[in-house]
Design a protein around this ligand. Structure first.
Ligand code: NDP
Ligand code: MG
Length: 393
């Protein structure tokens, strides 16, 4: 029986994870669940999955959750704040941690899980983008097992028979091919992008996801963050990572080898597949996802990404090549810009301008410690807010 902590249980990935766990009660039990402010959803999850501990974002939310749980006769211990998140991620009782908080807020608890040598199921790509080498060092030093949940990286992992731990050249890898749907605005006239609403940006053609990653998919910053994520996970330099637009999202990514072989992982676009893969690895378990029926597929298309239409993709490659804390700056500026767009303070095409401004205005340095990364994160957020205030709609 494996005991699981889910950081971000009330989100899109958290709910899909619980769906998979519920199919295998003989294999998994829930040790702890966290949410930020959606207390009623978390209370319902506690009633169903009976965790030992539950963590929320504030004292007020903890009080509310405690009252709801007492009314249901549950004895789940309720805590709040970052320290409590780190505690449920690193507790001795925990075998595996699903890191599914969105954004930089997930860094500390995800790192705590890595440092404690847990099996870390990584959905929270922003944590790895920010802290790259430091995070991978923590995994290496503690003997943690890091398994990617992001569908592309999970696919690449499955296409690397040697798994991690070998330099891409030694494994004969020529290129890592990251597929991208292109999001909801792949074919929309660029001049009309200024007028798109948050609702249009969040309406992804193939996936149902949280609002932040949905906007990232529309700008293709999501793919940019994934390029950086692939660099750290698989040790591939920027030049070895290629983005391929594939609007059907059936091939989740590929690895091409020096002998001309290309390995791909396919499946219906449903996050329960990579979640089940990572939970059970190296075994396989049912996920609830239907088998792919290739004969019902109209056809699969592929094209090169347009870096003019999607400047965020170019900015991410630039940040990866710049190294140090540049990816942390990129990530922080993006989080602030996406939030401002969702609150309709800036237009869609201002998102990349905010990020480009921050990358120019805030000097990046060495990512020598988590404190240095967090200081850069704070500086980038401040610069982004100032720019947004000066350029608001
Ligand atoms: P959601 O917005 O649906 O969920 C986010 C979760 O994090 C919720 O449980 C939320 O709590 C919690 N949370 C939000 N802010 C904070 C905070 N400041 N402190 C602590 N917890 C917080 O996001 P997704 O599930 O879509 O995405 C989660 C992560 O997984 C992201 O990093 C995303 O990039 C990655 N990912 C997601 C995919 C998807 O298909 N959704 C695919 C690949 C990667 P509350 O509900 O209370 O607000
Ligand atoms: Mg992805």
């Amino acid at each position: 029986m494996q005991r699981i902590t889910i950081l971000g249980a009330t989100g899109s990935i958290g709910v899909s994870t619980l769906d998979v766990l519920a199919r295998h009660p003989e294999r998994y039990s829930v040790y702890a669940l966290s949410a930020h402010s959606r207390v009623e959803e978390l209370a319902a999850q506690c009633e169903r999955f009976r965790p030992v501990r539950a963590v929320v974002g504030s004292a007020a939310a903890a009080e509310q959750l405690g009252a709801l749980l007492r009314a249901k006769g549950l004895r789940t211990e309720v805590e709040y704040g970052e320290q409590a998140l780190c505690a449920i991620a690193s507790a001795a009782e925990v075998d595996a941690v699903m890191a599914a908080i969105v954004g930089a807020a997930g860094l500390a608890p995800t790192l705590a899980a890595a440092r404690a040598g847990k099996k870390v199921l990584l959905a929270n790509k922003e944590a790895l983008v920010m802290s790259g080498q430091l995070f991978m060092d923590a995994v290496h030093d503690s003997g943690a097992v890091l398994l990617p949940i992001d569908s592309e990286h999970n696919a690449i992992f499955q296409c690397l028979p040697h798994g991690y731990g070998r330099a891409p050249e030694a494994a004969g890898v020529a290129k890592v091919l990251l597929t991208a749907s292109g999001g909801p605005f792949l074919a929309r006239a660029v001049e009309t992008l200024d007028a798109v609403t948050p609702e249009q940006a969040c309406k992804h053609p193939n996936w149902v996801m949280g609002r932040k990653i949905s906007v990232d998919s529309a700008t293709m910053m999501n793919k940019g963050l994934e390029v950086i994520e692939a660099h750290w996970l698989f040790g591939a330099p920027a030049d070895q990572i290629e983005v391929v637009i594939h609007p059907q999202s059936v091939i989740h990514s590929m690895v091409s080898y020096v002998d001309g072989s290309v390995l791909a992982q396919l499946g219906n676009p449903d996050m329960r597949t990579p979640i089940a893969h990572a939970l059970a690895w190296p075994e396989r378990i049912a996920s609830g996802v239907d088998q792919l029926d290739l004969t019902r597929m109209g056809g699969l298309q592929f094209e090169r990404p347009d870096f003019v239409r999607f400047p965020c993709l170019a900015l991410a490659f630039d940040a990866l090549r710049a190294g140090g804390t540049a990816p942390a700056l990129l990530n922080a500026a993006n989080e602030v810009a996406v939030q401002a767009f969702l609150e309709q303070r800036i237009g869609f095409r201002q998102i990349d301008r905010v990020i480009a401004h921050v990358m120019d205005a805030v000097p990046h340095g060495a990512a020598s410690s988590i404190e240095a990364v967090m200081a850069q994160d704070a500086a980038a957020r401040a610069a982004a807010q100032t720019y947004i205030t000066g350029h608001a709609k």
